[in-house]
Write a protein that binds this ligand. Sequence first.
Ligand code: SAM
Ligand code: DTB
Ligand code: SF4
Length: 324
Amino acid sequence: MRSADAMEPPGAALRHDWSREEILALFELPFMDLLYRAQQVHRAHFDPNRIQVSTLLSIKTGACPEDCAYCPQSAHHHTELDVERLLPVEAVVAEARAARERGATRFCMGAAWRQPRDRDLERVIEMVRAVKAEGLETCLTLGMLTREQARRLAAAGLDYYNHNLDTSPEFYGEIISTRTYEDRLQTLEHVREAGLHVCAGGIIGMGESRADRAGLLQQLANLPKHPESVPINLLVRVEGTPLADVEPPDPFEFVRTIAVARLLMPASRVRLSAGRTDMDDSLQALCFLAGANSIFHGERLLTTPNPEADRDRRLFERLGLVPD
Ligand code: SAM
Ligand code: DTB
Ligand code: SF4
């Protein structure tokens, strides 16, 4: 095993051969050393004062056949949620325009599907074309994709596809039973092969161990190519889901996870994703210091609240952060 001290200096070639032990050694560094290293690597690849801003919209909400234990949209759980069919294209475009006016550069559309039907994909493709025409980058998260579906989306001009691994292969079975880890890896392969940018990350705070957090990051970093975007979500605990009462993680452990993601995937955007409403401004600032350089902006994620636009604007001002 290589010790954490024997790592390459910032700016060295990207690696895809991380062992679980090496990653755990990073997690175990004294907090100040870990953050210092993460900040060094961050500065070697990015302007540390700039941040990418995406906005999310749920284009089809709830009644999902999958049983993801964290998710308010699963039909297996009893949450208070207004189920909504696939939105009309015009409604999506209106939301995209509003997001652009609030400073977003990427518009991410999410659907509560196991996988899209080809018929639904037609309308989603229209959405991608229309949102792009508004001058925004596009991202979709629709569940599993076949090779052919990924190709069709790429041909339509889609920029990013989000598909999360969520957790380690070992813990995965505690969270989802209706699709396998291998299914998820296969979708990521189809997305990559189609030439789309990959957005893949996971969720912290589901009762997983540090070894599981290391396992998630190992899977992401050891993909043949690092995802361009790595969302790290703090579980939003929603009443009616099996994870509603899980103990929240130590906030510093969350920051450590961001820092390790930054060290393993130096050139990727690490997104401080769900869970910001449960964080105060200092904790968010620590996440940015640890290497997070992307957020979801706007008062809703897919179905749960996100910080108010004004609060984010003030936070950016106080920290001197400039949206990309
Ligand atoms: N149905 C598609 C799928 O699962 O791939 C796309 C939408 S799904 C809501 C997108 C991602 O949101 C999930 O993979 C999960 O990582 C994240 N997510 C869902 N519920 C969450 C929660 N309560 N807290 C944090 N992240 C959550
Ligand atoms: C991601 O990693 N997080 C976003 C996005 N990708 C699709 C979704 C977060 C969802 C949080 C729960 C909700 O609002 O329903
Ligand atoms: Fe369905 Fe996606 Fe929620 Fe899982 S995470 S229940 S697949 S919407």
